[in-house]
Ligand binder design. Sequence first.
Ligand SMILES: Nc1ncnc2c1ncn2[C@@H]1O[C@H](COP(=O)(O)OP(=O)(O)O)[C@@H](O)[C@H]1O
Ligand SMILES: Nc1ccn([C@@H]2O[C@H](COP(=O)(O)O)[C@@H](O)[C@H]2O)c(=O)n1
Length: 335
Amino acid sequence: MSEASISIEYAMEKASGPHFSGFRTPTATSVSSTTFSDANVPREPFVIGVSGGTASGKTTVCDMIIQQLHDHRVVLVNQDSFYRGLNSEELKRVHEYNFDHPDAFDTEQLLECIKKLKIGHSVQVPVYDFKLHRRSSDSFRQVNASDVIILEGILVFHDQRVRNLMNMKIFVDADADVRLARRIRRDTVERGRDVNSVLEQYAKFVKPAFDDFVLPSKKYADVIIPRGGDNHVAIDLIVQHIRTKLGQHDLCKIYPNVYVIQSTFQIRGMHTLIRDRDISKHDFVFYSDRLIRLVVEHGLGHLPFTEKQVVTPTATVYTGVDFCKKLCGVSIVRR
Ligand SMILES: Nc1ncnc2c1ncn2[C@@H]1O[C@H](COP(=O)(O)OP(=O)(O)O)[C@@H](O)[C@H]1O
Ligand SMILES: Nc1ccn([C@@H]2O[C@H](COP(=O)(O)O)[C@@H](O)[C@H]2O)c(=O)n1
């Protein structure tokens, strides 16, 4: 990215210099006849994986990222939604079921769902009931195409195929005792469990599976967030990174004083001409000059003006504006 400041004098001189109007007909050899497609080519969504032990604060961190990216389309997909429902035999012996083993999830269905979202399709995500240990048979959550997809769950880094779909991998860290305390509170309040069953399940399945599957997958993380949702600095940095990855137009959302010149077919046509190695020197100078002029004129529109009244030849008063002759500048950023 190069940046150049233009002086007012230069800008004024360019703006009032020779006026090239219109888009000159290109010479026969200088431009191909390919039809231009829409300038807003849809981008592939940015996929973020968020892993970590149970009750480490994954959902909390995801909610904070979503809140900060409120000006983007962000969707959250929970790996929990892809828990396999238990059959009646398994339900009878639910205390022997290991919900923390990778086989407890329908990973093929999860993969298909993320692949569809990545190519811009909407999907129907199952709704899982932690009290009944099964999916709702008649309701789904519709998840639409988005700029950012967040996939959250204890084992989202376990399967290489799922990892490969991610552009960024975050591991949320919290001490084991903190997680257990949160889990007891959450499972007794929200998931209809009693303290004994939570402790029993934790010792029998949750902790061993954390050591065998969750912790070993931490090495795949690009970013580790200690203290989960309490770590505002880490979350701010992550959000900044995502915004950068989302591209140029989002600069305007970060910096209120950045204006992007909207691309039009005319502008793209001129960019195409000046990039064509067969363009004549005369046409290169002509179209480059015209492009620079558009940028300068756009920049001039952001200089400070004050109201000014003038009397017209018919003796009426016209209220217009006059350039404030203050020392100022407009930076032009080229991508
Ligand atoms: N930083 C925190 N301080 C206090 N409680 C928290 C914090 N982060 C999460 N919790 C609580 O702990 C429980 C689990 O958090 P959650 O974000 O759902 O974790 P996970 O998605 O990793 O299971 C929730 O009840 C939540 O309100
Ligand atoms: N029927 C179920 C399904 C899952 N669990 C537990 O949920 C934990 C994962 O969810 P987090 O929100 O904590 O990441 C996992 O440790 C399972 O033990 C359950 O108890 N019952």
